[in-house]
Ligand binder design. Structure first.
Ligand code: MLT
Length: 275
């Protein structure tokens, strides 16, 4: 029998400050460390908390079946236990899927949404099948070999040419993940629904950030989210709604941390004004 004890996730203060924090949710197959440099570039006084999602980094799997909804509930529970009543929730890629599920399930907690190199649409059947193959390979081999090749696809062409130093960093983060955590996350992502309607209903500031060379969650997906967020029932975040970061790919947070931090600083300021 699997244990289903609810455990809090590992959290890390990545930038000191007060008031409504930014809660930073990482992509796959990574952990909170992908946000560390970006958080250092946030405006003074903006508090940032990095979270390791279930099975990633320092957070255990707790016996729950793979689901983005469980990841979202775990973030919520962890933050409430830490005394946080609300937060600007910022997710990169897989973290964005979790952020949208949080906005759907715990809307009162989400004071603003930052969606970085992510999408609100569900997977295609082909993508789903690939995820299930990767999950099975990680479990069968008890290694993360199936995802070691990802950095080449994660970064943009400009980084491949000019920021080679990022490759060993990404590689070391991926190698630190557990095969069970990789399998859990792949299955959770495969099962997630389209959450575009969550953005249509969401009534607080939204910022969408995308690398101009992102081929995994490209500009068209970002524009789709901006259109949904700006629909009549949603809050229109104005000029800050879409930030296109030149010269970077899917890992904009790591490839150009300053540009992403600037967009998130603006989002945080909008949330404070909106409150
Ligand atoms: C990520 O960066 O989190 C992944 O590329 C997301 C995905 O596989 O959809």
């Amino acid at each position: 029998m699997t244990s289903q004890a609810t455990r809090n996730l590992a959290t890390f203060t990545l930038h000191d400050g007060g008031g409504v924090p930014l809660v930073l949710l990482h992509g796959f197959p990574l952990d909170h460390r992908m946000w560390a440099t970006c958080a250092q570039h946030l405006p003074p006084g903006v508090r940032a908390i990095g979270v390791d999602l279930p099975g990633a980094g320092h957070s255990d799997l707790d016996g729950f079946p793979p689901s983005i909804e469980h990841a979202a509930d775990s973030v919520y529970r962890t933050m409430v236990a830490a005394g946080e009543g609300n937060a600007v929730v910022v997710g990169h890629s897989m973290g964005g899927y979790v952020a949208l599920a949080l906005a759907e399930r715990h809307p009162g907690f989400v004071a603003g949404l930052g969606l970085v190199d992510t999408k609100s649409t569900a997977d295609t059947e082909e993508a789903r099948a690939k995820r299930l193959r990767v999950a099975a390979a990680a479990e069968a081999s008890q290694t993360v070999d199936a995802v070691l090749g990802m950095p080449a696809a994660l970064v943009g062409a400009t980084t491949t040419k000019g920021r080679r130093q990022l490759f060993p960093v990404l590689d070391s983060w991926i190698r630190a993940q557990s095969p069970a955590g990789v399998a859990w996350a792949e299955r959770a992502m495969a099962a997630r629904p389209d959450r575009t309607a969550v953005l249509e209903r969401f009534d607080a500031p939204v910022a969408v950030v995308v690398g101009a060379e992102d081929s995994i969650t490209p500009l068209a997906e970002a524009e789709h989210m901006v259109r949904a967020a700006a629909s009549p029932s949603g809050y229109t975040a104005g000029d800050a709604a879409l930030t296109l970061v030149p010269g970077v790919g899917h890992m904009s947070v790591v490839e150009d941390p300053q540009a992403v931090a600037a967009a998130l600083g603006l989002l945080h300021a909008q949330v404070i004004t909106h409150h």
